[in-house]
Design a protein around this ligand. Structure first.
Ligand SMILES: NC(=O)c1ccc[n+]([C@@H]2O[C@H](COP(=O)([O-])OP(=O)(O)OC[C@H]3O[C@@H](n4cnc5c(N)ncnc54)[C@H](O)[C@@H]3O)[C@@H](O)[C@H]2O)c1
Length: 424
């Protein structure tokens, strides 16, 4: 299977056609994918018992647990973490004492587990997800799928061989307003989308407090792992991976090349990963995704702009707004007496200037704007119970990981890098 051609509405046509008659058309496959996606996203009446363990109940892990506990029938039965204070925090979330292990292998040895959530730092994902799948458990593994291309490929292979569900933490694939907006974009509402711009800006130093004395610096690197190369691919992975996933989804492809720059311009505190990054990913037919992130000004916040030939779409974590604009008819500017003033190109003199289009936006209204993570977790449980391929499957994870990993390579090598076709 070729990863670049996947990502059709969140479920690849290839995945959907896998067990079906070979003559099924791409359109039929896409429509079946949508029907299956709707089934995964909807709440289910099934409350059969599901015993879940978690490796890495840190900040994100506890949020995933909160959401798991909202699904009838789910119980958290074990946790593994190398930092013991996490266990008390987890018990508070669960409201009972969860059996705990400081070595994840002890968790894998348990006989009372059906599924495992992996929410450890990025550099450790493969070393936890792969053994978890090999132990016969279904896995919800946080994004970014893996730290290297080989690791991502190994996770995809382990998921395939194990015949278990592997869902990656790209929860925006499940977001109702993003799904509704993208369906309209795919139906042609803003024309041919050639460029997507993603901003994810914050005004804070991205640091977490280290609560106790730490003479060796070990705790600093464990708690603030995002700031060090050992386990982190920086802002591109932590924030950009979500936007790259949405770009892959819209363009229906994984990227083909990556360019990137970045620097530490604000926080000279010993960190290794950049505090601002700029990435350009190319897609087939000359299309582009541009991601920028800075951590000393939050004006633009987290938002995506999709630019099409008939309009634009703005997507945030809370809403989506369409803007429609007429295609500009290029006329030679005149001096008011009917005389042309120069050749009409964007470089020539124009009295009115190239102002931004300021037509009114049309917000997308959605009946039930449920939290994306809540839906993604509920959908994972549904997939486990029904043995169904998840929307955010290994191909989805691989597509975004390819962008993240190669953009980091481009950043390091200070040159454009080609992104190879990857088979899963
Ligand atoms: N999908 C999303 O929107 C989203 C949001 C936040 C974080 N994340 C992802 O979740 C993952 C975790 O992020 P976080 O913010 O929760 O980090 P965190 O540091 O708060 O939590 C990670 C936990 O893993 C534990 N850990 C480290 N090494 C371990 C090991 N060898 N064995 C067992 N446990 C170990 C740490 O002690 C910590 O408790 C990252 O991959 C991150 O990108 C995803």
């Amino acid at each position: 299977m070729i990863a670049r051609r996947l990502f059709l509405q969140g479920l690849s046509a290839t995945a959907i056609t896998a067990g079906l008659a070979p003559e099924i058309s791409a359109q039929e496959a896409a429509s079946q994918a949508e029907t299956e996606a709707a089934r995964q996203i909807a709440p289910s009446a099934d409350s059969s018992p599901l015993r879940v363990g978690i490796i890495g109940p840190g900040s994100r892990g506890k949020e995933l647990v909160r959401n798991l506990l909202r699904v009838p029938g789910v119980r958290i039965v074990a946790a593994a973490d190398v930092y013991p204070p996490r266990f008390d925090q987890l018990n508070q979330v669960c409201g009972y004492t969860v059996p705990s292990h400081t070595d994840y292998r002890a968790l894998l040895d348990r006989k009372d587990l059906d599924a495992i959530v992996v929410a450890t730092p990025l550099g450790l994902h493969a070393s936890h997800v792969i053994p978890a799948l090999q132990s016969g458990r279904h896995v919800y593994g946080e994004k970014t799928m893996a730290y290297t291309v080989d690791q991502a490929r190994d996770i995809a292979a382990a998921a395939k061989v194990s015949n278990r569900i592997y869902q990656v933490g790209h929860q925006y694939r499940y977001s109702p307003w993003i799904r509704a907006a993208i369906a309209r974009v795919k139906a042609g509402e803003i024309g041919n989308v050639t460029h997507i711009l993603g901003y994810w800006n914050r005004n804070n130093d991205w640091r977490r407090p280290v609560p106790t004395a730490d003479p060796s610096g070990h705790l600093e690197r464990l708690i603030n792992w995002r700031l060090y190369h050992e386990w982190s691919l920086g802002l591109i992975a932590e924030l950009g991976s979500h936007h790259m996933d949405i770009a892959n989804w819209i363009f229906g492809s994984a990227p083909t090349t990556a360019l990137a720059s970045g620097s530490i311009c604000c926080y000279h505190d010993g960190r290794e990963t950049d505090d601002n990054v700029q990435v350009v990913l190319s897609y087939p037919a000359g299309r582009r995704f541009i991601f920028t992130s800075m951590t000393d000004n939050a004006k633009q916040g987290d938002q995506l702009w999709l630019y099409g030939t008939k309009g634009s779409l703005n997507v945030t974590l809370e809403d989506a707004t369409f803007f429609y604009e007429p295609r500009q008819i290029v006329k030679a500017p005149t001096n008011g007496k009917g005389e042309e003033k120069g050749v009409t190109t964007s470089a020539s003199y124009r009295p009115e200037g190239e102002m931004p289009y300021r037509g009114p936006g049309k917000p997308l209204t959605i009946a039930n704007p449920e939290d994306a993570t809540t839906i993604a977790i509920r959908a994972f449980v549904h997939c486990v119970r029904t043995n169904t391929q998840p929307i955010a499957n290994a191909d989805v994870g691989l597509g975004s990981a390819l962008g993240v990993i190669h953009a980091n390579q481009a950043l390091r090598e200070k040159k454009e890098v080609a992104i190879p076709l990857i088979s899963t």
